[in-house]
Write a protein that binds this ligand. Sequence first.
Ligand code: ATP
Ligand code: MG
Length: 256
Amino acid sequence: MIEVKQLYKSFEDKDVLKDINVTFENGKTNLIIGQSGSGKTVLMKCIVGLLAPDKGELLYDTRNFLTMSKKEKKHLRREMGMIFQSAALFDSMSVLENVMFPLSMFSNGTLRDRQRRALSCLERVNLIEAKDKFPGEISGGMQKRVAIARSIVLQPQYLFCDEPNSGLDPKTSLVIDELIQDITREYNMTTIINTHDMNSVMGIGEKIIFIFDGHKEWEGTKDDIFTSPNNRLNNFVFASDLFRKVKEAEVQNIEG
Ligand SMILES: Nc1ncnc2c1ncn2[C@@H]1O[C@H](COP(=O)(O)OP(=O)(O)OP(=O)(O)O)[C@@H](O)[C@H]1O
Ligand SMILES: [Mg+2]
């Protein structure tokens, strides 16, 4: 569980995050949604420590991230897995070497142990057959799966994904979403996903927070979205005709 309390962040004279209060639960896919520029990436960067917030509290299962020592921070970082917008793989390393990389950096296992662990993660994302290929030789969806395998190789307790579906077609996005949800449940991780993909919201939105202009405008589940009277949320989520129709059908269903 990650708790964010009264978090503020500004750049020069621009207040980007204003009084963010939210709890991200473990075993769940927690989604941060909001339009471009609303502050999703800045919030995620504050949570993982890539940016320093101006004010607020960040609790990782009661451990206070902002007041802990450098050594404690380093320790906690090893419990975090991250997947960025671009898969960010090392082009000159094979798929297997990419997945082994965090183990080479942070574990003292033998080469055989590290290979075994990396292979089991590649198996988990269904990519064993691509282990000797290079990133340039596989599709974008496969690269994302390699990135997922690499992010879980150290068995993280916390997983952060910033727009994991960017650049993927809807069907491949679904595969990635379901994979992230499955591993989140399997390892009981606290997973936070930044997205503006409505398919993801409807598919894996177990807990959703909607950021509007740097403040938390709304929170709930994907089912709550259908009945929420919040105009800003509705304008954002039901901007597309398709989802407006889905909502109308759903409301009719509820009303019998
Ligand atoms: N390092 C920085 N210095 C100054 N301003 C920044 C910095 N990083 C982000 N911002 C500003 O903070 C605001 C929020 O940006 P952020 O990247 O968090 O948006 P986002 O919700 O992730 O958008 P997108 O959906 O496009 O990824 C933007 O106005 C952006 O210009
Ligand atoms: Mg962003």
